[in-house]
Ligand binder design. Structure first.
Ligand SMILES: C[S@@+](CC[C@H](N)C(=O)[O-])C[C@H]1O[C@@H](n2cnc3c(N)ncnc32)[C@H](O)[C@@H]1O
Length: 260
């Protein structure tokens, strides 16, 4: 079904571009990208130094998120947490610090090199309260109502069918469970030439939904949006990405929504 935020892009070509870009992010974190990465970015966005010091440094090197939300997520000891598009695992490892030895954090990603890196860090550091799963976030490999919190950082903008992702989030959350995410949205609708540019899409711009459409998709899935915060510290690097960002109000937000 074509909806307001289901964008016109070649989904197969896009998937290959996204996988290639985020394989590079896992294998070559010091490379040149449209976006910032690593510990400098994490600290700028608001991550606690003390948390970063307690998780594997190699996961931080490949961090390519767009915002901070752990203050809003307020993950408690014993909670079950799911990270959509977990990349090299940084947010999974931070969430595991909060959920403690009686909690569990599951990460899901579709890119093998990201998953392999996260999994090998899990094994090397014997982090037994986390697990990584290969899956599309549009079709999650979990039963209904099993998670207290769903987190995600810089991922849902990459998905052509955002309604499907939010429907899956609502399905796997327990009643009153929370979705706390950072993502890229726009103030104005993006024009076709930006939406159909799969390189800008893979760089977290082309797939960004207009902010009211994004909110409607979350609420239509059965969640109530309670907090929206702009992440002013986040900015794009390349000229093309900065140009699109300025023209259409492309920005990072952190959001808190609760399942009804
Ligand atoms: C911008 S990176 C962010 C990774 C991680 N959250 C972080 O903060 O470093 C986006 C990640 O989402 C994954 N991804 C994108 N679309 C996906 C989908 N439809 N299903 C599963 N994973 C996806 C990519 O493979 C990539 O690892």
């Amino acid at each position: 079904m074509e909806t307001t935020i289901t964008k016109k892009v070649d989904a197969a070509e896009l998937e290959q571009k996204v996988k290639k870009m985020y394989s590079d992010v896992a294998l070559n974190p010091k490379g040149e990208y449209h976006f910032e990465m690593g510990r400098g970015l994490a600290e700028k966005l608001g991550y606690e130094k003390n948390d970063l010091d307690r998780i594997p440094a190699a996961a931080i090197d490949s961090f390519a998120g767009v915002g901070y939300y752990f203050d809003m997520a307020n993950i408690k000891e014993g909670e079950h947490v799911l990270d959509l598009g977990s990349g090299s695992g940084m947010d999974v490892f931070v969430a595991a610090l909060k959920a403690g030895s009686s909690g569990h954090v599951s990460g899901v990603d579709m890119t093998d090199d990201q998953l392999n890196k996260a999994e090998s860090l899990r094994n090397e550091y014997k982090l037994e309260t986390v697990s990584f799963h290969k899956s599309y976030i549009e079709k999650l490999p979990f039963n209904d109502a099993v998670f207290d919190v769903v987190i995600s950082n810089g991922v849902i903008n990459l998905c052509p069918d955002k309604e499907k992702v939010f429907a899956e989030v609502a399905r796997v959350l327990k009643p009153e469970g929370r979705m706390v995410i950072a993502d890229i949205v726009t103030e104005k609708q993006l024009p076709e030439n930006v939406v159909c540019n799969s390189t800008l899409w893979a760089a977290c711009i082309g797939g960004a939904a207009q902010q009211d459409d994004y909110r409607n998709a979350i609420e239509n899935a059965g969640m109530e949006m309670l907090i929206v915060r702009n992440n002013d510290a986040y900015g794009f690097i390349s000229k093309s990405a900065r140009g699109a960002s300025k023209d259409y109000g492309v920005k990072s937000v952190s959001l808190f929504a609760q399942k009804k």
